[in-house]
Design a protein around this ligand. Structure first.
Ligand SMILES: [Zn+2]
Length: 289
């Protein structure tokens, strides 16, 4: 018993959200260091490989525009609602300044980019969350843009495709953030009742209120390899249930094994697999228009 007192506590592996901009001790722009294996590679080569590490296959975070480029047919993307901006409804100190900073850094007005485009000639309405903007958190503008995009998909009679990446609800907007869960879920239900096809693609990380609403409501729920997907954080759950969780808890692979995902798809295969799914539903005619 005494020896337990002096034994080192067991090291736990927590699934952390890595910051790719921090601790980059390599020349910025020319070389990039993989946050997973710490190996250095040419940024140009990394970009060509869709931001997947050339050494360990780690899928690094993509910006919304990089996703558009990797997925949609050249020149087909037309953005919706680009000018909707967040107010500061709760008067949260420093919130508007933080938004302004992220706008400059990401060239986005909010944490989600929505619009229409085509994948190998198949039209979709697409929403892409960008975790570089306020950690992809869901405020009232994110919810509103997603709900509007779903309504647009219904009008255009095309499938709705969403790529999620989010730390959860946006704390600076309090309960207004939480209301977005109900709004987006209701919009998806109406779209689904009309026969619309919903494809959700979860990327690292998809957590909190986003994982508990639209991210999990696809007719197909896909994810990228090793993406962190969950509602409450690992530590919170462990302290609540007083049990140690497996190392791979809340990874895409764990969720696939336990039936919460339909497939885990490597980034280089996403376009091809989505084309197959979209083609199948176009031929059936009933599920999608
Ligand atoms: Zn790596």
């Amino acid at each position: 018993m005494l020896k337990d007192l002096f034994s080192k506590p067991k090291k736990k592996k927590y699934a952390a959200i890595p910051s790719e901009t921090a601790k980059q001790d390599v020349p910025e722009g020319i070389m990039t260091k993989c946050p997973e294996c710490r190996k250095i590679m040419y940024t140009k080569d990394l970009q060509k490989n869709l931001k997947v590490c050339l050494h360990c296959d780690h899928h690094m975070r993509m910006t919304a525009y990089e996703r558009v480029e990797s997925l949609l047919d050249g020149g087909s993307f037309v953005a919706f609602d680009e000018k909707i901006a967040s107010a500061n409804p709760l008067g949260f100190p420093g919130y508007l300044e933080k938004l302004e900073k992220d706008k400059v850094n990401t060239n986005l007005d909010e944490a989600v980019l929505t619009g229409t485009g085509s994948i190998n000639g198949l039209n979709v309405v697409i929403a892409i969350m960008d975790s570089h903007f306020r950690m992809g958190s869901m405020g009232s503008v994110v919810g509103e843009k997603i709900a509007r995009a779903i309504e647009e998909a219904a009008k255009l009679e095309v499938p709705f495709l969403i790529f999620t990446a989010s730390g959860g609800a946006r704390m600076q907007e309090g309960v207004l953030s939480l209301m977005q869960m109900a709004k987006t879920s209701a919009a998806l239900k109406m779209f689904s009742d009309k026969g619309g096809l919903i494809i959700s693609f979860m990327t690292h990380p998809t957590t909190g209120g986003v994982s508990a609403s639209f991210a999990s409501l696809g007719d197909y729920n896909f994810a990228e390899p090793k993406a962190l997907i969950g509602f409450a954080g690992r530590r919170v759950i462990e302290q609540t249930i007083r049990e140690e969780l497996p190392d791979d808890f809340q990874t895409a692979e764990f969720l696939l094994e336990h039936g919460q995902l339909d497939a885990v798809i490597h980034r280089k295969d996403i376009k091809e697999k989505l084309t197959i799914v979209l083609e199948i539903h176009q031929q059936e005619g009933e599920l999608v228009w």
